[in-house]
Design a protein around this ligand. Structure first.
Ligand code: GDP
Length: 163
C-alpha cells in the first residue's frame, strides 16, 4: 500500500472540513468550527491498482489577505482548491489560491465547486475562468448531500503518483 498526501485549500467556510468529514466519517455536521492551522486525517481507498492511503491535510486560510501557508504543500501528490458556489468571492479567491499554489507546487490541482445543493451564484465568465485555470479536474460537490465527495478523493487516489 502506498500513501498520497492531498491538501485542501480555499476561503474559509467553503466546506473544506465538511468534505473531509463526509469522506472520512460519512457525516455532515451543520455546526461551524473554524479550522485552526491544519488538520490531518487518514483514509484508505481501495482502487483497481490496490489500496491507497490518503493523508488529507485540511489547511486553514488567512482570509484577511486571501492566502495560506504554502509550505504545507511540501510533498503533496495533489491538492484540492475548494470554493462555495453560492459565494462568488470564494471563486475569485480560488483563482488567487491556485496561482499561489502553482508557484510552490507542481502537484495536480483539483477544483471542488462545493455546496452544489445550494443555488449557484457564479457568473458564466467566472465559470469559464475556472474551467481554463489549469485544474486537472473540476468537480461539483456537496458535503451536505455527499454528491461526488467519494469520487473527488477517489480520482486523486487513482491518479498516477507524482514522485
Ligand atoms: P471550511 O472553513 O472551509 O472548513 O468550511 P466548513 O467545512 O467548516 O463549512 C462551513 C459551513 O458550510 C458549515 O456551516 C457547513 O455546515 C456548511 N457546508 C459545508 N459544505 C456544505 C455543502 O456542501 N452544502 C451546504 N449547504 N452547506 C455546507
Amino acid at each position: 500500500m502506498y500513501c498520497q498526501k492531498v491538501c485542501l485549500i480555499g476561503a474559509s467556510a467553503v466546506g473544506k472540513t465538511s468534505l473531509v468529514r463526509h469522506f472520512v466519517d460519512g457525516i455532515f455536521a451543520d455546526k461551524y468550527l473554524t479550522t485552526i492551522g491544519v488538520k490531518i486525517d487518514k483514509h484508505q481507498v481501495v482502487t483497481k491498482q490496490g489500496e491507497v492511503q490518503l493523508l488529507i491535510w485540511d489547511i486553514e486560510g488567512t482570509d484577511r489577505f486571501c492566502g495560506f501557508n504554502t509550505r504545507y504543500l511540501n510533498g503533496a501528490n495533489a491538492y484540492i482548491v475548494v470554493l462555495d458556489q453560492s459565494r462568488p468571492k470564494s471563486a475569485v479567491d480560488a483563482l488567487t489560491l491556485l496561482s499561489m499554489a502553482k508557484d510552490y507546487s507542481d502537484a495536480p490541482a483539483y477544483l471542488a465547486i462545493n455546496k452544489s445543493d445550494l443555488n449557484g451564484q457564479l457568473s458564466q465568465d467566472l465559470h469559464a475562468q475556472l474551467e481554463n485555470a489549469g485544474f486537472a479536474q473540476v468537480i461539483n460537490t456537496s458535503a451536505k448531500t455527499g454528491e461526488n465527495v467519494e469520487q473527488l478523493f477517489r480520482s486523486i487516489a487513482e491518479q498516477e503518483v507524482v514522485r
